[in-house]
Ligand binder design. Structure first.
Ligand SMILES: [Zn+2]
Length: 503
């Protein structure tokens, strides 16, 4: 083992400024909050960024610091952020001298009174470890990046896939880059272009469409001499902050190459912006389409506006109501976040009937609870391991689950808002989604990684919800203006907007 000592950390949240659910410390604790050696048990062998860090760092001394992640939700409370930041700085202070630091960030966190928490965190880390220790980060494709981030390190590795199945790979890339810098003291230069465009993420998949074009261009650019890494950030349009929006980040071995490449990619990104905008069918239109389509495999209706991984409450009821009315054999809906109903199911017991008021509790403005008489088919603690490629092997705990049947519709209730991104969500309680005809899911794009091989087709529906594709429904206050497509705007690549980081 070499004598290098590398710190690893993870601080991850995607924050929706318009979600009513503030993210508190208990949300991090529920999802994942690990200090020191606890990190090994949680992430060793997982296809996550930290899993990638751990695999690359086998030959050096790893110093595990803090890993904190919560499900995307409303903005993070100032208290929660500062507890985690304090723990991070405390761990760093007691870690002894480090040769490098790897940190997995999301890049779309918003904290009360803090618009750019990732840059703030990096500044605090720098004041703790000094300016000479190399730092490398991984970032989500939906990060709202600021130029400020680059003042702390030029080494940032954005995901290149959506569904994000390259988290592990980018963790590996960041770790390798960091080790190279630690060993060889290479100097990297980053060039960053922020564009005044706020893009819905629905059409950002990297299998096809405009984001595929951008990622292909990024990979081509990485083949050019001196270009080290290119990240394309679609941004997260539900963060109402001055740094919201799409951007391009190029890291190169000389500043001219970084600047030239970033400029070119930014102008290409801007030129295809219209392709990111799509109109979706209503729930009724989506269901009609599903009924007309003949398919051996199930047809999925994805309720994207209530996707918990886009900060949906997971309990809106419009699609559920339509599927109940349809009352067709071979239909499945889930997972609906409803701990109260699960409790009633547990009291009633398997095989018995119970009156339930389903969903509509967190966000009644998007659909009232639905009164039903349900048969309890199965109950579980809600723990399983992902089997699909997205966050593979990661343990998921949905805090209890109930499989109920109302008429012909099978419904999965879960005790925590979790996107239906992995079939084990259903299988762990005895439901096989593959055998169904029509499935209504609280999901958007990540679920495709595991579900596409099982299903015939996928229809996105436009139900009401906090993660609606229609950005004009949100009352923005802090985003840069003008911004496309909310206002018509001419992009000037050299324009530098002076941005405020704090309220
Ligand atoms: Zn993302």
């Amino acid at each position: 083992m070499s004598s290098y000592r590398i710190g690893i950390a993870f601080f991850y949240h995607e924050s929706h400024s318009f979600s009513p659910l503030k993210t508190e410390i208990e949300h991090f604790v529920q999802e994942g909050y690990f200090v020191g050696t606890e990190i090994y048990k949680a992430y060793s062998g997982t296809k996550t960024e930290v899993g990638g860090f751990l695999d690359v760092l086998k030959q050096v001394e790893i110093v595990p610091l803090v890993c904190a992640a919560a499900v995307p939700s409303g903005i993070v409370s100032s208290e929660a952020y500062h507890i985690i930041e304090k723990q991070m700085l405390h761990s760093l202070t007691h870690a002894g001298p480090l040769d490098g630091l790897l940190i997995a960030l999301h890049g779309a966190m918003v904290v009360e009174h803090l618009f750019d928490p990732e840059a703030h965190l990096l500044s605090q880390i720098r004041s703790c470890i000094g300016s000479d220790v190399p730092i490398a980060t991984t970032l989500d494709m939906h990060a709202n990046i600021s130029e400020d981030m680059l003042t702390y390190t030029p080494l940032h590795f954005g995901f290149k896939t959506y569904p994000h199945v390259d988290m592990y790979e980018q963790g590996v890339n960041a770790a390798r880059a960091l080790l190279t810098q630690v060993k060889e003291s290479a100097i990297y230069y980053a060039s960053f272009k922020k564009m005044p465009m706020l893009l819905p993420s629905i059409n950002m998949r990297t299998a096809e469409g405009p984001m595929k074009k951008m990622i292909d261009l990024a990979k081509q650019a990485e083949q050019e001499a001196d270009v080290y890494n290119v990240s394309i950030f679609g941004g997260f349009p539900y963060s109402d902050i001055p740094i919201a929006g799409a951007s391009v980040l190029v890291t190169a071995l000389n500043p001219e190459t970084a600047e030239k490449t970033a400029k070119k990619l930014a102008s290409q990104f801007w030129s295809i912006k219209e392709e990111f905008i799509v109109d979706l069918p209503t729930v009724e239109e989506g269901l009609q389409t599903a009924l007309k389509r003949s398919s051996e495999q199930p047809i999925v209706l994805a309720d994207i506006a209530d996707n918990p991984l886009s900060c949906g409450s997971g309990d809106t009821t419009e699609l559920l109501e339509y599927m109940l009315k349809l009352n067709m054999p071979g239909t499945l809906f889930g997972g609906l976040y409803d701990p109260e109903s699960i409790k009633q199911c547990v009291q009633a017991g398997v095989g018995n009937y119970v009156s339930l008021s389903l969903g509509g509790k967190v966000s009644p403005e998007f659909g009232k609870p639905v009164e039903v008489e349900a048969k309890v088919i199965g109950l579980s603690e809600g723990e399983f391991y992902n089997s699909g490629p997205f966050n593979q092997h990661l343990k998921v705990n949905v805090k209890g689950a109930a499989h109920i049947r109302v008429g012909e519709l099978d419904i999965l209730l879960i005790g925590r808002p979790v996107s239906a991104n992995d079939p084990e969500l259903f299988r762990h309680i005895g439901i096989e989604p593959e055998t169904k005809k029509i499935i209504g899911l609280k999901a958007k794009n990540h679920f495709r990684a595991a579900f596409e091989p099982l299903v015939g087709s996928i229809i996105y529906v436009d139900a009401p919800g906090v993660a609606s594709n229609r950005l004009t429904t949100f009352k923005y206050q802090h985003i840069p203006k003008p911004i496309w497509p909310l206002q018509d705007v001419k992009y000037e690549s050299e324009k530098r907007r002076k941005e405020k980081w704090m309220h």
